[in-house]
Design a protein around this ligand. Structure first.
Ligand SMILES: NC(=O)c1ccc[n+]([C@@H]2O[C@H](COP(=O)([O-])OP(=O)(O)OC[C@H]3O[C@@H](n4cnc5c(N)ncnc54)[C@H](O)[C@@H]3O)[C@@H](O)[C@H]2O)c1
Length: 389
């Protein structure tokens, strides 16, 4: 350790989110010193008023001799070059979401960290959130029955980013939650998005994730241009439904014993087509621990014990691949299989430009779609009901 007993951890990028890391790291066991790094002097000055003893630098390079590890909370397009610089100097890194803006960048980080034998972790904060763990438990214990679909909405009159669209900004949260609670990654992704208030970047987007099990799907709605703040994930199962509302002060997870049943073959066809069940609503206890604290504590523990983080580079890559498929789907106007990603990335997309996509992609000619959409058609209501009850 640079400082003797504990780690010296730099926060690179002390803006909105980086300043939260600075606060949390100051009370994290195993951290001896928090070093502030930001290209903007005013950001450093603001934080220095709260933490007058903290070392501060305007570049990572200047901070390197003073640190053991770095939390990278700069804008997404800079994650890879900044993290590579830290890794090359033998520093452990926690990279904010998304790990990279394309899978080539994410792989570069994984390889570099492996070669340098340093910890690489991605800041999928919701995977350190007790409400998300509870949702995962409900799904894995089959308390909800067979999962029909997940639906996730992250809407607000939100902070427009300067380097990426709303998909790369907000959807990493939803995708990491969905990957985590299902325990699997999608097979294909389709995206629809539009630019309204911003000239370059999509500010409203919808994603659909398809799985090997064709009866399962997940929907993601992200928006910087919505009058209502919404942070909600819903899991709908054949037996029960669960709603995770991250804005709720209490009862962040609610389990609703509700469902519908299709008619049995001998049912009276003069009756309504579905019968409805309304049962209890319960709210399981969720440990009130700040997810960012849990995450940063885990980072420090992984460094100390030389163990792989729960959200390691592969976990970050899994999210980035879905994001990249979504971006590609916007360009091509069709669903994109994850397995076609590498080939498409090599032939069609200049490195680092995935966030710049064409306008109004749904107006494009879709006749060239190669994806076998018939296999992933919407289930007809009667088939869906018959298959799952
Ligand atoms: N995990 C979460 O829940 C969560 C929430 C919000 C944001 N984030 C992520 O955190 C990162 C930062 O987002 P933000 O909203 O705080 O942005 P921000 O614009 O508020 O802050 C970014 C800061 O980085 C600084 N910076 C940029 N390049 C730099 C460089 N090369 N060296 C040093 N400083 C540099 C800027 O001066 C700025 O102060 C993004 O990757 C974002 O996706 C994660």
């Amino acid at each position: 350790m640079i400082n003797g007993s504990g780690l010296s951890v730099a926060v690179i990028g002390c803006g909105y989110w980086g300043s939260k890391h600075v606060r949390v790291l100051h009370s994290t066991d195993g951290v001896e010193q928090v070093v502030l790094v930001d290209a903007q002097e005013k950001r450093l000055e603001q934080l220095s008023r709260i933490y007058p003893a903290a070392l501060r630098f305007s570049t990572l390079r200047a901070a390197l001799p003073h640190i053991d590890a770095a939390v990278i909370a700069t804008p997404p397009t800079s994650h890879v070059p900044v993290a590579l610089e830290a890794i090359a100097a033998g520093k452990h890194v926690l990279v904010e979401k998304p790990l990279a803006i394309n899978s080539a960048g994410a792989r570069q980080l994984i390889d570099a960290a492996d070669s340098a034998r340093v910890t690489l972790m991605v800041g999928h904060t919701f995977e350190y959130n007790a409400a998300v763990w509870k949702l995962r438990e409900l799904i894995h214990s089959q308390s909800l029955g067979e999962i029909y679909y997940l639906d996730s909405a992250r809407l607000n009159l939100g902070l427009y980013q300067s380097d990426v669209n709303v998909i790369l900004d907000l959807a990493p949260h939803d995708i990491s939650i969905i990957n985590h609670v299902l325990g699997e990654t999608p097979r294909a992704v389709q995206a629809w998005a539009s630019r309204h208030a911003h000239p370059r970047f999509e500010d409203v987007a919808y994603l659909r994730l398809f799985y090997d099990d064709e009866r399962l799907s997940a929907n993601v709605h992200v928006s910087w241009l919505d009058p209502c703040k919404v942070r909600r994930a819903t899991a709908v199962g054949s037996e029960k439904m669960a709603v995770y509302d991250d804005l709720a002060t209490e009862e962040r997870i609610r389990v609703l014993d509700r469902g519908v049943r299709p008619p049995l073959p001998d049912d009276d066809l003069t009756q309504p087509p579905m019968s409805y069940r309304y049962g209890d609503i319960t709210a399981p206890f969720v440990v009130p621990d700040e997810p960012l604290s849990v995450q940063d504590r885990h980072f420090v523990e992984c460094i100390a014990t030389h163990t792989a983080p729960n959200t390691d580079g592969a976990c970050g890559l899994a999210v980035v691949e879905v994001l990249e498929c979504a971006q590609l789907s916007l360009q091509l106007g069709r669903p994109v299989l994850l397995e076609e990603l590498a080939a498409e990335a090599r032939t069609r997309i200049p490195s680092g430009s995935l966030h710049v996509v064409g306008s109004r992609p749904w107006l494009r000619d879709h006749t060239t779609a190669r994806w076998d959409s018939a296999r992933h058609q919407e289930r007809q209501p009667a088939q869906a009901a018959g298959a799952s009850v």
